[in-house]
Write a protein that binds this ligand. Structure first.
Ligand code: FPP
Length: 272
């Protein structure tokens, strides 16, 4: 049976979607957007031109994810390391770009029923950006479709440090440290992503094979899809290609392949 094509997909997207199993879409997709600088360099343009071009990629990816009914999409917009180690002029440009994106995009997010959230240490962002970020979150908080989470000034190690501090604080306010319980569920409940399922699929653009301090706890069992496409060239159709690749994989969570428990009825002979 052919999958019904969701409204709004273009011809190329429809072609890829047609081969997907709509019952096995990833619930949560995380994306490491990379390659803006290289995209600009290849065109003899300043790095910031790559970031500007990256906004069209964000728009297309978010809209396609919403159209096909992805529950959650998390974008690594900038890391704590980007924030601290890049020239001030580039960081300032990224801040202005984010602010402008939020202002321009809120109506479209609302039309597409998308709810905006953030992870990362936002209190370290410039105050006007914090205000804009909070305004956009409030303006979309009633939407019930895709949850778009932007990782801003985010580091997975800092997130874990914040989670451990938060667990200790919660215990000390709730009868003292003898009530401190540490297990996987409790850590999960104190992460920035406590209201989201763990990502099923992580996409990285520009061919790099690294997680770069992104959602290290949550990506424990995620499928990894790396594409050579540089972020400014990435579009909804590339997201669908990543999903097609994800659907070819068999997720085992440390177990065996389906049927493999009967694959060796005789003791396995170890070659000498
Ligand atoms: C990585 O490319 C990308 C970033 C550090 C910033 C990502 C920002 C955007 C896509 C635009 C704004 C975002 C939103 C949500 C509106 P890089 O500069 O590290 O590229 P390189 O590795 O080729 O140098």
């Amino acid at each position: 049976m052919q999958a019904r094509i969701p409204a709004g997909l273009d011809r190329k997207e429809s072609e890829v979607y047609r081969h997907l199993d709509p019952a096995r879409l990833p619930r949560h997709i995380a994306i490491i957007m990379d390659g803006n600088g290289r995209w600009a360099k290849r065109r003899h343009m300043p790095r910031v031109a790559g970031h500007r071009a990256g906004v069209a990629a964000v728009r297309s990816t978010v809209e396609t994810a919403a159209r096909i009914g992805i529950h959650a999409l998390t974008l690594y917009a900038f890391s704590e390391e980007n924030w601290k180690k890049r020239p001030k002029s580039e960081v300032d440009f990224l801040m202005r770009l984010l602010s402008r994106y939020l202002k321009a995009e809120v109506p479209t997010l609302n039309e597409n029923n998308i709810r905006l959230e953030y992870i990362g240490r936002q209190h370290e962002l410039p105050e006007d950006v914090q205000e804009r970020v909070e305004w956009a979150r409030k303006s979309t908080e009633k939407n019930t479709g895709t949850i778009l989470t932007l990782a801003l000034n985010y580091s997975a190690r800092s997130e874990l440090v914040d989670a451990f501090r938060s667990m200790v604080n919660a215990a000390s306010q709730n009868g003292g440290l003898e009530h401190l319980r540490i297990d996987e569920d409790t850590v999960g409940e104190h992460l920035y992503t406590r209201d989201l399922p763990d990502p099923d699929l992580v996409v990285r653009t520009s061919g790099e094979m690294r997680l770069s301090n992104f959602l290290l706890w949550q990506l424990a069992y995620a499928e990894i899809y790396v594409t050579p496409t540089l972020w400014p060239d990435f579009r909804g159709v590339h997201l669908l290609e990543g999903i097609a690749e994800y659907q070819k994989r068999e997720r085992r969570y440390g177990g065996l392949n389906h049927g493999d428990s009967h694959a060796h009825p005789e003791p396995v002979k170890v070659p000498k």
